[in-house]
Design a protein around this ligand. Structure first.
Ligand code: PBG
Length: 324
C-alpha cells in the first residue's frame, strides 16, 4: 500500500465520501442520560459545577424525561437525593424513597424510556461511604444484603435495569438471587464492573451530596494503575449474572474499554463522568474549546474504543447536534 497508487486523501475529499466510509457512527440510540431526583415538588436546582444538570423533584424529572425521550435517547440513569441519611442508608430501600417514587411517576406518565437505577449506599449514608461501617472499615457482606434489598425495591417500583455502583465483592450475585427469588428474573443488571477510584467524580459528589465524610473510596474502588484487575472484575460480575458491564470513568480508561470489548462478548457501557463533563463545560464557557466539536469527538472516541452504551451528561446536547 504505497503512494502514488494509494492516496488516502481521495476518500476525504467531500462530506459525502467521508460519510460513506465512516467507521464509527455515533448515535443517540446508545446514550443514557443521568439524572438526580430529590423530594418535594417543583424543585429544579442547577448543580454549580455541572451547568445544564439539575437536582430536581419527581414532577420535574418527568418533564425532562419527555424531552429525553423525544430526542431519541433510550434511557436514563436515576440517582436519589434522600430526605434523611443514616449509618446504614435505610432510606435507600424504602418503597416511598425518592428514587422509588420517581420511577412510579415516570411510569405513570407512560413514557417508554428505559429506567436504569444506580444501586449504592453513598447518597443515603450519613458518612457518605458506599457501604456500612464496621470497626472503622466499609464492611462488604452486610452491605451487599442492603444493596440487594435496594435493587429489589427499584424493581418493584418499575425499574428496567438496576446498576450497582458500590464495588463491593459479590453484590451482583446477591442482587441477581434476590431479584429471582422475588420473580423479577427479567430485570437486567448493568454492573459498574470496572469502577476506578477517580478524581473525576468530584462534581457528582456535589450533585448527589455523597462525598465521604472521612477517608476515601480506595478500599473498594479500583486503583487507576490496574488493567488486568479490571478484566478479573468483569469476569466475576458476568459469572455472578451481570447482563451488561460498565467501565468508569471513560476518557482516562479507553484502553480498559477496548480490552473488555475484545475479551468479553457482552454489551459494554462506559460512563463519561461528571468531572469529564465539567472540564468541557468550563473550557467551553471560557471560549477555549468549541463545545459541540469536542463533545462529538469525545463521544465518538468512547464509542470507537468499544462502548456500545455511553452514559453521559452531554446526551441531550449531543442528540440535538447529531440530528443536525
Ligand atoms: C455512587 C456513584 C458515583 C458515581 C456514580 N455512582 C460516585 C462515587 O463513586 O463517588 C459517579 C458519577 C459521576 O461522576 O458522574 N457510588
Amino acid at each position: 500500500m504505497s503512494f502514488p497508487a494509494h492516496r488516502p486523501r481521495r476518500l476525504r475529499r467531500t462530506e459525502l465520501l467521508r460519510d460513506l466510509v465512516r467507521e464509527t457512527r455515533l448515535s443517540a440510540a446508545g446514550f443514557v442520560y443521568p439524572m438526580f431526583v430529590c423530594s418535594g415538588g417543583r424543585v429544579r436546582q442547577e448543580v454549580s459545577s455541572m451547568p445544564g444538570v439539575f437536582q430536581q423533584s419527581a414532577d420535574q424529572i418527568v418533564e425532562e424525561c419527555r424531552e429525553v425521550e423525544s430526542l431519541g435517547i433510550p434511557g436514563i440513569m436515576l440517582f436519589g437525593l434522600p430526605e434523611t441519611k443514616d449509618a446504614r442508608g435505610s432510606s435507600s430501600i424504602s418503597s416511598t424513597g425518592v428514587v422509588q417514587k420517581a420511577i412510579e411517576a415516570i411510569r405513570k406518565a407512560s413514557l417508554k424510556l428505559l429506567i436504569i437505577t444506580d444501586v449504592c449506599l453513598c447518597e443515603y449514608t450519613d458518612h457518605g461511604h458506599c457501604g456500612v461501617i464496621e470497626n472503622g472499615e466499609v464492611a462488604n457482606d452486610p452491605t451487599i444484603e442492603i444493596l440487594a434489598e435496594q435493587a429489589l425495591s427499584h424493581a418493584r417500583a418499575g425499574a428496567d435495569i438496576v446498576a450497582p455502583s458500590d464495588m463491593m465483592d459479590g453484590r451482583v450475585g446477591a442482587i441477581r438471587k434476590k431479584l429471582d427469588q422475588n420473580r423479577f428474573e427479567n430485570i437486567a443488571i448493568l454492573s459498574y464492573a470496572a469502577k476506578y477510584c477517580s478524581g473525576f467524580y468530584g462534581p457528582f459528589r456535589e450533585a448527589a451530596q455523597s462525598a465521604p465524610q472521612f477517608g476515601d473510596r480506595r478500599s473498594y474502588q479500583m486503583d487507576p494503575a490496574n488493567a488486568k484487575e479490571a478484566l478479573k472484575e468483569v469476569a466475576m460480575d458476568l459469572e455472578e449474572g451481570a447482563d451488561m458491564v460498565m467501565v468508569k470513568p471513560a476518557l482516562p480508561y479507553l484502553d480498559i474499554i477496548r480490552r473488555v470489548r475484545e475479551r468479553f462478548d457482552v454489551p459494554v457501557a462506559a460512563y463519561n463522568v461528571s468531572g469529564e463533563y465539567a472540564m468541557v463545560k468550563a473550557a467551553a464557557q471560557k471560549g477555549w474549546v468549541d463545545e459541540k466539536r469536542v463533545v462529538i469527538e469525545i463521544l465518538t472516541g468512547i464509542q470507537r474504543s468499544g462502548a456500545d452504551t455511553i452514559l453521559t451528561y452531554h446526551a441531550k446536547d449531543a442528540a440535538k447536534w447529531l440530528k443536525g
